[in-house]
Design a protein around this ligand. Structure first.
Ligand code: PBG
Length: 331
């Protein structure tokens, strides 16, 4: 009888030994599947006009609108803590119907980029490409008609988004992240910027979890909502389709947003595509834990580390998170 026939049947990986390893300091990390490395996290920053301004806004504890000098100071600190990348948003001096502050060569994000490039070399600079912080009505695109009851017009908006992305790159952005959800925006930006990395917010849902962000970014729509261009939370197959289209149009990275309520979407995208997959741990996810911790109901550090681990475990290569700075201290 051949030797192999006398061997016991293959069993599953012996779970009792695995459990023992997991309980033992020094062995635990050898069987850990998911890790939180700081270079897999991106810190959002909000630039605003003025000097010496650090304007905290209630809904998002620990996060502030910062004037350019203060952004530079914060970014210097982040870099020293080991944070590798930041994602810039801007709160302009003035808003208008078209959001012209978004592509102004002397706009808030463009000036912040130049200052950061000069004063914090080596920090990777990403920018959010969208109009909602710059339009008087707070929508991510141009509204037609403009005198009430208007709808976002897709194609007219594309031009403005391209101008915005180009001006960011000219000012020093290392990568652009279009978050507007207009159809065809990745292709339009790719045509104008053949070499620039594009991190596409591909599966961006019309979510209630953006509330605190909109307070800080001052981008709450004055009327209507974003369901016309952001995704229905009920859909996952559509998310795969959106990712596929963005990749065809030239995206380098696809992003799922929000993260925690959409772990299944992250997993599905991870399994379908071989490109880098990012997730945005949005303001509401962060603010909920902060609020519960402030009320003494849970341990913030433990809850945050568990949340971020879950997002990475679901399949996200990189996480955009407001916890990035604190994470640097925790790790
Ligand atoms: C801009 C944008 C939003 C967020 C990132 N980019 C808000 C929105 O779509 O309303 C949300 C981020 C967060 O909640 O942390 N369109």
């Amino acid at each position: 009888m051949a030797v192999w026939r006398t061997l016991p049947a293959m069993t599953a990986f012996p779970i009792t030994r695995l459990r023992r390893m997991r309980r033992t300091d020094g062995l635990r990390s050898l069987v850990r599947e998911t890790r939180l490395d700081l270079d897999r996290f991106v810190m959002p920053l909000f630039a605003c006009p003025g000097e010496g301004v650090v304007n905290t806004v209630g809904g998002l504890p620990g996060i502030a609108q910062r004037s350019i000098d203060e952004i530079v100071r914060e970014a210097t600190e982040l870099k020293a803590l080991g944070v590798a990348a930041v994602l810039l948003f801007g709160i302009p001096e003035e808003k208008d119907e078209e959001g012209s502050g978004a592509w102004d060569d002397d706009g808030i994000v463009q000036r912040a980029l130049r200052a950061l490039k000069a004063e914090v070399p080596g920090l990777t600079l990403l920018t959010d490409v969208c109009l909602c912080e710059y339009t008087s009505h707070g929508h991510c695109g141009v509204l037609r008609p403009t005198d009430g009851g208007g709808e976002v017009v897709n194609d007219e908006t594309l031009d403005l988004l391209v101008r915005t992305a180009v001006s960011h790159v000219e000012a020093g952005a290392d990568a652009v992240a279009p978050s507007d959800m207009m159809d065809g925006r990745v292709g339009a930006i790719r045509a104008a910027l053949p070499e620039t990395p594009i991190v596409a917010y591909s599966a961006k849902y019309a979510s209630a979890f953006y509330g605190p962000f909109r307070e800080v970014a001052e981008s709450t729509p004055s009327e209507g909502d974003r369901r016309g261009y952001q995704m229905d939370p009920a859909n996952v197959r559509e998310a795969l389709r959106e990712c596929e289209l963005d990749l065809e149009e030239g995206a380098d990275v696809v992003m799922v947003k929000p993260a925690l309520p959409y772990l299944d979407v992250i997993r599905a995208v991870r399994e379908r595509f071989d490109c880098p997959v990012w997730a945005y741990n949005v303001s509401g996810e962060y603010a909920m834990v902060k609020a519960a911790a402030a009320a003494g109901h849970l341990d913030e550090r433990a809850a945050a580390l568990e949340s971020l681990t879950a997002i990475r475990r679901a399949g996200a290569d990189v996480v955009v998170s407001y916890w990035t700075k604190e994470l640097a201290a925790w790790l």
